[in-house]
Structure formats: C-alpha cells, structure tokens
Design a protein around this ligand. Structure first.
Ligand code: SAH
Length: 239
C-alpha cells in the first residue's frame, strides 16, 4: 500500500517534502507495517490514517508554530518515541537538526536504529528511562526542544521533558483533548520544574477532524537537581 501525499496536506504545514523525503515517508510506513509483525508498534496501519495521525500530527506540533522563528539548526529529543513519533518525521523534515529518540523499550530503539540507518538519517537513539536520562550530565539541560506524545499525564510529561531542556528551551506536549483541570495541574508541576505554560494550540487533524492540542512549555529557570525523581516516582506521585 502506498501513502498518497495531497498538496493541501503539506500546505497546511508550510512544508513541501522533496521527492527524496516522500520516498523516506513511504519507507517509514512500510518498515512500521513490517515491524508490527514482531513488535507492537502501532494500531494505526491504514495509509490515510497513518499519514494523518502519525506523519501529519508529528509535524504539526513543530510546523508551523516554531519553524518560522528558527534561524539555526536545533537539538530535539523525543521522549517515549515508541515507533518514532513525533521524532522520526521531524528528523526527516529537518535534516540539519540534531534529533535524539528516547524510549525505555530496547527492542523499539533497536528497530528505530535500523530504520534510521536505512533512511540515512543521522538520528541518535537512547534506550533508557526519561527519569534516568534526565539526570545524566551528558543529556541534562542540553536540548532546545523536547517532544512527548501519548506517554503519560501532563505533569509527568513535564517532569520527563523539562530537565532535558536548555534554559529558554521548549517542551511540546502532544495531547488530544485539553481540560481546565489539566491546565492547572500542569501549571503547578511546570512551576516546580522551572517551566511555564507559554501557549496551548488547539486544532483539528485535516481528514478526520480529530481534536488535538499542543501545549508549549518554556523553561525559564533551571530545574532543581532532585528532578526528575527516581524511575517510576513521577508516575506514582505526579507533581
Ligand atoms: N510517542 C509514541 C509512542 C507512545 S507509546 C507515539 O505517540 O506513537 C509510549 C511509549 O513511551 C512507549 O514506547 C514506552 O516504552 C515509552 N515510555 C513510557 N514511559 C517511559 C519513560 N519513563 N522513559 C522513556 N520511555 C518511556
């Protein structure tokens, strides 16, 4: 099965994939269908749905909101990347950015390493937990952007991502619905981690009109050294 990339799809993002990028998107799709036979990568396999809910959705969090203001290559980490979303399509669309894919499931990371090599994309990958990686000097406070989609509740996502950001960096929480209570809980958690909610972007996906929100957290102070807490604590006792 082939993905059909409509031109209005890319217009809405302000990004037109080159022929090579279109081929790479197809390769990602084929590899994930194949990988799904051994690994539980995704339930979304129908071509137009894959295009909308994985590829378009991945790019929408960064394009157009951030890309217009970007003048130099950025470093981005995708926390809990799973089958590579949103990090892999972002690496493909921004070839001069330094993209790191992080997941705690070693098999998924091995799959992504093989796929990135096949696509000739220079992504880094880490098999590990966000709680541990966020305490490692090599990675702490070293990224401009941290993305996180479908991993945990907002306060937990904040604890996974904010420690990894440089001062002035942005965490992008990819969400479905967005409720007032979630906003309050996130505001309080982000405050303890050195972050503020800068903006919440509400939109619908282009085909099925599914509700989406992207929440942009800005790191305005360094994260206190006790965060992220030990593995498992952020989800057991969310801030
Ligand atoms: N972001 C992808 C995958 C979501 S599934 C997508 O939107 O399609 C959630 C993924 O997060 C799983 O692959 C799981 O292994 C990973 N994960 C959960 N907790 C984690 C943690 N603390 N550190 C790193 N990865 C984690």
């Amino acid at each position: 099965m082939a993905l059909v990339l409509e031109s209005d799809w890319s217009q809405a993002l302000g990004w037109t994939p080159s022929i090579q990028q279109q081929q790479q998107l197809q390769q990602i799709y084929q590899a994930i269908l194949q990988g799904n036979q051994q690994l539980n990568l995704t339930r979304i396999t129908e071509p137009s749905e894959f295009l909308e809910k994985h590829l378009w959705d991945s790019l929408r969090g960064v394009f157009p909101p951030l890309s217009a203001s970007v003048t130099q290559p950025l470093s981005l980490i995708d926390v809990g990347t799973g089958a590579g979303f949103p990090g892999l399509p972002l690496a493909l669309a921004c070839p001069d950015w330094r993209v790191t894919l992080l997941d705690s499931t070693r098999k998924k990371v091995a799959f992504l390493e093989a796929l990135a090599a096949e696509l000739n994309l220079p992504v880094q990958s880490i098999a590990g937990r966000a709680e541990q990686v966020g305490q490692m000097a090599k990675y702490r406070a070293s990224f401009d952007i941290a993305t996180i989609r479908a991993v945990a509740a907002p306060a937990i996502c904040a604890e996974y991502t904010l420690p990894l950001l440089k001062l002035g960096g942005t965490a992008i929480l990819y969400r479905g619905q967005w409720q007032a209570e979630e906003h309050q809980a996130l505001e309080s958690a982000a405050g303890q981690l050195g972050g503020v909610i800068e903006r919440v972007d509400a939109f619908a996906t282009p085909q099925s009109q599914s509700v989406r929100h992207c929440v942009y957290l800005k790191k305005v102070q360094s994260t206190p050294p006790e965060f992220p807490r030990l593995a498992g604590i952020p989800s057991q006792k969310p801030l």
